[in-house]
Write a protein that binds this ligand. Sequence first.
Ligand code: MN
Length: 172
Amino acid sequence: MIHELPKLPYKMDALAPHISEETLDFHYGKHHQAYVNNLNNLVPGTEFENADLETLIRKADGGIYNNAAQVWNHTFYFNSFSADGRPIAAGQLADAINDSFGSFDNMRDEFNKAAATLFGAGWAWLALDDNGKLSIVKESNAGNPLREGLKPIMTCDVWEHAYYIDYRNKRP
Ligand code: MN
């Protein structure tokens, strides 16, 4: 199975000024692509040759896990943006946010705090458990909540490569 870099659902300059075209050139065009290339170099000849990304995230370790998770995480992250903006959570998601955090604003504050305070490289996640409860999860490096049986709902990449071109050291 050959893993491929998925197309973005918007143009490279569509997220400016929040995320510049230069950041996307590097983040999507070079970093995301590199994780895809690394994965395709690592899996041939292993038990994971025909495994999809979610299987790799649940079962692999070391370089295969790291690169598979980074491919999945970046695809999920880039697909969560829209050039046109989207309404805030409604319906079932809004209910789950209110049940779990009290309000949308509380969820946003907790999510932002988790992303800002995560030490080193990693990902902040909003994730859903089997009981319909949402939580904020901080994961280092390539960490993905699928590995703990949670369903990812939203993520923020806090690796420096995600923001350093546009914001330098100002992660928050
Ligand atoms: Mn990244």
